[in-house]
Design a protein around this ligand. Sequence first.
Ligand code: SF4
Length: 366
Amino acid sequence: MEQNKAKSLYIHVPFCQHICEYCDFVRVGYHLDLSDRFLERCEQDLSYHQGETFETIYIGGGTPSALSLDQLKRLLNILKPFIGNECEMTMEANPENFDEEKIKACVSFGVNRISLGVQSVQPKLLNLIGRKHTMTDVENVILLLRKHGIDNISTDGMYGLPTQTLNDFKETLTWMISQQLPHLSLYALTIEPNSAFGRKHIKSVDNTLEGEFYQLACDLLQKAGYQHYEISNFCLPSKESRHNLTYWHYEDFVAIGPGASGKENHRRYTVTKNLHRYLSEANPFDEQIILSKEDEMFEFVMMGLRLQSGIERKRFLNRFDVDIETVYATAIEKNIKKGWLYFSDTHCKASEEGRLFLHDVLIDFM
Ligand code: SF4
């Protein structure tokens, strides 16, 4: 099979100053010595990519802004040689630990997009889920980002939180719209067994209410001029996350850091979630899978149907030397009949309803 060159790089910084009640991500409490060792390890991992540059770099976590100013500068300095021309360089930040000095460091090292964890505008809900910021912190950070030239700001919002009403969520969405934030990612709360909520046996909201939250977001944001370009993501025109489009277009991407998953040259891998193993072993993978052509065709469809624009048939043909219709004729016909799929000379895409039932659509493609 053809060798791909990864265009994107993901770095997972696993440190957080506080642990949120719902969190099941790979993260640990911030620790100076461990975070120094983590940075050393990142540098070592990146040395295998010497000479490569990336079109998108995403520093996620955890909370990258939980690093000290010196550590943040060190991380950004390590990444410097890997920044390609017109690179979209995103960093996740939490409002309570992202001050002007850190923002200035980001700007000077080429970060041009910030993903800010907001979640909700109601103090009672922020408190309930264990977030430590206030809306004053959020608004100050947005002002500082704009002052220093970063307009490309994404925020995360959550729905289906315990006691959250539709009106609470509407207030959060209205605030996001009023800030003219170019990109919004909205997620339903899922209760993971290993989170504090899971251990307290908090229950998720029922599917009907979850659907009402989702529909409210779709309606309000579309009226405000946002494009619902991916199931959980909305943006103002041309403000899609280029990094995440790499995933949805099923391109290769390099992943570094504990728990990070990457895909390079027909191999999918997940780095160990155990920070101590990550820091001490030469090849600390939890999983490595060599992908067959069939695996890749299915995953290409699985990712592509998440997008409103769907799958471009030409891209599928170029990638696999076969037309998508030839491989998946039965699944395509069945889902067109259900009203869950549209199929044209150029595209194969899920309808609004099809995207809601994507899991069922994909079963037919397996
Ligand atoms: S939700 Fe984000 S900020 Fe909160 S503990 Fe998890 S990784 Fe850290």
